[in-house]
Ligand binder design. Sequence first.
Ligand SMILES: [Zn+2]
Length: 360
Amino acid sequence: MSNEEKSADLRSRKVLAMRDVQEAAAAGASRILVAETCVVTPSARDFLEQRSIELAPCGCADSSHSAPDPSPASNVRAPSNPRLFSTPEAEAIKKEICAVGKKLWMRQFVDGNGGNISYRIGPNEVLCTPTLVSKYDLTPEVLCMVDLEGNQIAGTKQRTSEILLHLEIYKSVPEAKSVVHCHPPHATAYAITGKVPPNMIIPEFEVFVGKVAISPYKTPGTLEFAQTVIPYVREHNTVLLSNHGIVCWADTATHAEWYAEVLETYCWTLLLASQLGVPVSYISEQQTSDLLEIKKKLGLPDIRFDTSRMKECQLADVEGNGAIALDPTPCDGNTGKSADPDLDALVRSVTEAVMETLGK
Ligand SMILES: [Zn+2]
């Protein structure tokens, strides 16, 4: 669709990828209308900048598109509602956060009072863990609630200072419902060397994480630190934090913790293999394609679904800089519903298919 200014109307897109902007450019568009919540991949953004094509979020371009956007990604925030803190939904999520905290501690992903967990419960309300409490000792009573600017709006304990990191992710990724930050030793070993783990080695890692990025070091707890992840989180569900730890986002706290487990086990396995004195063997491209088919069935995103960006993906692999973009749709792609009840069955089918693939 275009008007006299040759605008391409892509407001129905959740994600604007390279292929979309190339098509719009080929059609002669000088401006692309997108929803305010639309996630624009870095390569698409670069492409638009290079060609001086204007990106017009809906409602900002002109008066003809002024539908209000209640999304948390919008610059205009709804007033926070402290009453959300005690709703049945919040109570259920608090229990999930406590369970995830115990898992993190028992797997030695956190130490002292390290690590933190949050969950976006409303457009401007985020439940989070308090400062100075071990993740093993979490109870629903000690949890806090903040607004998207980090102001505490409920809870008696003081919220974690690292909530700013979580909030930057929620502001950047509309699909992110929960964030888990922790310090798993093997993944952190990569984070302190500035290396990202290679791909095409272990199927489960390809399916659930696929690619990780690494963000630069800044002092933890500061806004400057929180903002280091902004360039990566739209396209990576898992990011290594230089000289610090990792952060993962997903549609639930349980799933975000899964990604931490998958990354940690992967890094651990790679480090063990590196001591054996023989090279690691890689999964073939065909076998990787089989895994990506499984990943599609799970509803998980992956840059490699987009063949137009394969070259970019392969280049980044060679450079080992992790500059890979994932379409940031979490697990089942939902943005407000509870998790897919069939997820367990899907995970089982993935595991079976992965075993079959390995047996080839
Ligand atoms: Zn930390």
